[in-house]
Design a protein around this ligand. Sequence first.
Ligand SMILES: *[C@@H]1O[C@H](CO)[C@@H](O)[C@H](O)[C@H]1NC(C)=O
Ligand SMILES: *[C@@H]1O[C@H](CO)[C@@H](O)[C@H](O)[C@H]1NC(C)=O
Length: 467
Amino acid sequence: MRASFKLFYTLIVFALVYAAEGITHHDELSLSDYHDEDGHTHTHGAQVPLGYVKYPWLSPNSHTTYPGDDDVTADSIFSGITTFARLPWQDCLSPTAASAKAPADVVFIGAPFDTGTSYRPGARFGPNGIRSGSRRTFLYGSYNVPMGHNPLRSGLRIVDCGDISVTPYDNALAIKQIREGHQELLHRTPATSLKDQYRNLRDSERLEELRLRRKQDPEFEFSKEDNADYLASFENVTHVPISKDGKEHPRVITLGGDHTIVLPILRSIYSAYGKISVIHFDSHLDTWKPVVFGGAPSDQAAINHGTYFYWASQEGLIKNGSSIHGAIRTTLANMGDYDNDDNAGFHRIEAREIDTLGVDGIIKKIKDTVGDEPVYLSIDIDSIDPAFAPATGTPETGGWTTRELRAIIRGLDGLRIVSADLVEVAPAYDTNAELTTMAAADVLFEVLTVMTKTPLGKGKIVVKQVM
Ligand SMILES: *[C@@H]1O[C@H](CO)[C@@H](O)[C@H](O)[C@H]1NC(C)=O
Ligand SMILES: *[C@@H]1O[C@H](CO)[C@@H](O)[C@H](O)[C@H]1NC(C)=O
């Protein structure tokens, strides 16, 4: 094993008996993998939603042509049926659709629920609003420049599953529907094994190295020995899932809906990961006791978009002490609300701390709090200032810019985010320029990039036992 790989595995535990599996694919790497559609098990072309819609970057010569050349036109982003970022649509929760259960690695699902809202209603239209705002997300391709990573080229299958059916007439039933829909998706076997996910990421890095070398020397090839070394580095290595049930799970990105939906989502997450650390971007705490938030005139009224984390904490769904809020700037009943928030297990970053800690300081505080734990990410669009995202249930001035929130999310690189949501987009209050829904979509592009860069596994060196 080469020294660099030894270093790579310093932290890795020696495990028991696993037969080392042979290398089954990608025996040779070539730069053509960069441009053709066959680089990975799940091809880039497979991400095209419908045959008649083409993206500029799917042109046969996409690196040399522009929208309008060849048979590709720029109208591909405003025609056709709208899915999140024009990803393929799969009717995942249909009892009859033939493709319903086709395996996927990251699924977008809407939860159009807004009957837990205290101020402006309308987040039931959030899922389709975000989809609409996301149409141009991949206009120029899906390569995320600051992250140096292309989520659609990570070899994963990423689809939009439409919406969970949610009744607007009965909150208890709606909450049950959301948990069941989420849990159904979460417990499907992913399309890409952990082993292949790690392999695909390493292949992408190697192809980038090849591209850079060929800028110096167009004839450059890795030597036979170097290729053999590279392939050998996969021998005797396997990865185990970080889940509590020991299984590999797809990631679910839920489009809200008001924030109440996070209670049923955390119940679903618990079924796979046990108690989870939560990163929560929001101007509000959402850990309020029902008597404080809404007065709790009935059991049903006690569960709403200001109390769902109180209930999640009471139910033991959240890890105590390794969860954190960011962008907080709400008024309080009194300072006792913060004591209550401490009891629910959260640390806090105030919105105004952006001026003292800066983006880097905030990222550090988040990483120090959640450590190496599996983490659930919940983003209320009201964490962003209403100047940039006005269309939300309970707007608060003095928030972060879209640029700041996006930078902070990119800073979560390396964390193992098991699933996420973006909630409280109420498109009826948006500008004609789709400010809020575009911000929501672009924030989710960062989330998708961070997720696809870090598989949900722990590495192990597996030594074949010599009898
Ligand atoms: C979390 O830990 C704190 C400090 O130990 C404790 O006061 C609080 O009751 C705990 N909360 C829960 C929900 O267990
Ligand atoms: C994998 O394990 C076998 C058997 O122990 C060993 O011969 C081989 O060198 C190992 N490969 C690497 C790359 O460590």
